[in-house]
Design a protein around this ligand. Structure first.
Ligand SMILES: NC(=O)c1ccc[n+]([C@@H]2O[C@H](COP(=O)([O-])OP(=O)(O)OC[C@H]3O[C@@H](n4cnc5c(N)ncnc54)[C@H](OP(=O)(O)O)[C@@H]3O)[C@@H](O)[C@H]2O)c1
Length: 290
């Protein structure tokens, strides 16, 4: 199966290309930003007509939350209209589209926190980034039925996020070397997720025609504070971590206080292969520290 990966040099894109290359059932065509710009509809159409992929996976996004709030036009151009362009170009050539979305489409005011949000819970985006990603989801659903919208969250993986300049784990490991004390937010709870396991889950989806919206996160939940403490424990670093609220920390763009996802659809289908976040984190910290 020929799979074109748009946003191939990013955190998820680079690992996705690697796992596709390792699997003889797939042939991967990596497309970086210069090769495929999702804001250029005609360029995408022409490219896909030449490449004739069976599937297109796109990680392309403008997802720095603060930057999106300052420049919502750019967020909607890339995250919403970019998704529409991908759906149109995929429809032209009959390629299925796998597109990554976010836990932030949910508002975070879930009453029952004993389980995470499922694919069937109502959305309620609270910032420009989340609104633009939700608009992207809606375009894809209305244009091209042969899609997988994969909502994921709190990613850590090999290359670090391009637009965020790393990921939370690498940031903590760097700060832990520079400081003995750190203040970390404890009133945002989510689903820390490894890009490696996400990529493997994506490959399992691509082998099927079980189209629609799926949540794909590592199981369990944590606050940023919980995650930081676990990182330092695994790395055997002696850093004192102090819990602070979002307000005390000084984050001003609204983020959901609870955005834990449940891989409900994958579980119903018997396809959930995401491990607990602690297991995935241990593997990742070992990789980073060598
Ligand atoms: N990181 C997270 O914690 C997280 C959480 C939930 C959901 N997600 C979603 O997961 C996906 C992947 O995230 P990631 O961490 O892998 O992001 P990333 O490292 O920033 O990668 C995104 C890639 O998209 C490319 N890109 C940006 N604008 C583009 C455009 N107009 N056309 C084509 N390519 C473009 C970037 O290339 P350049 O850098 O060269 O511009 C980059 O290679 C995104 O859709 C994001 O919304 C991420």
């Amino acid at each position: 199966m020929k799979v074109a990966v748009v946003g191939a040099s990013g955190q998820v894109g680079s690992l996705l290309c690697r796992v596709l290359d390792e699997d003889s059932a797939f042939s991967c065509v990596p497309l970086n930003h210069a090769a495929a710009d999702v804001t250029d509809l005609e360029g995408l159409r022409q490219l896909f007509r030449e490449l004739r992929p069976s599937a297109v996976c796109s990680t392309a996004a403008f997802h720095n939350v603060e930057e999106c709030e300052k420049d919502p036009d750019a967020a909607f151009r890339v995250n919403a209209l970019g998704a529409r362009n991908l759906a149109l170009a995929c429809r032209d050539v009959g390629a299925s589209l796998l597109w990554f979305s976010t836990d932030y489409v949910f508002g975070g005011d879930k009453a029952d926190r004993t389980r995470g949000y499922t694919e069937f819970d109502p959305v309620g985006p609270g910032n420009a980034y989340a609104r633009s990603k939700l608009a992207g989801e809606q375009y894809i659903r209305s244009i091209w039925p042969e899609h997988f919208i994969v909502r994921t969250a709190w990613l850590f993986g090999a290359s670090g996020s391009r637009s965020k300049g790393g990921n939370f784990v690498t940031t903590m490991l760097r700060l832990g070397k520079e400081r003995r004390h750190l203040r970390v937010i404890d009133d945002q709870v989510g689903s820390p997720t490894s890009t490696r396991f996400l990529a493997l889950q994506v490959l399992a989806l691509l082998r099927t025609e079980r189209f629609g919206t799926v949540h794909a996160v590592c199981t369990g939940s944590a606050s940023w504070y919980d995650l930081a403490r676990e990182i330092f424990r695994l790395a055997r670093m002696d850093v004192a971590v102090f819990p602070v609220s979002t307000e005390e920390y000084g984050q001003t763009v609204p983020r959901p206080r609870f955005s834990v996802l449940e891989n409900y659809v994958l579980s119903l289908e018997g396809m959930n292969r995401m491990p607990p976040w602690q297991e995935a984190l241990e593997r990742y910290v070992r990789e980073v520290l060598g």
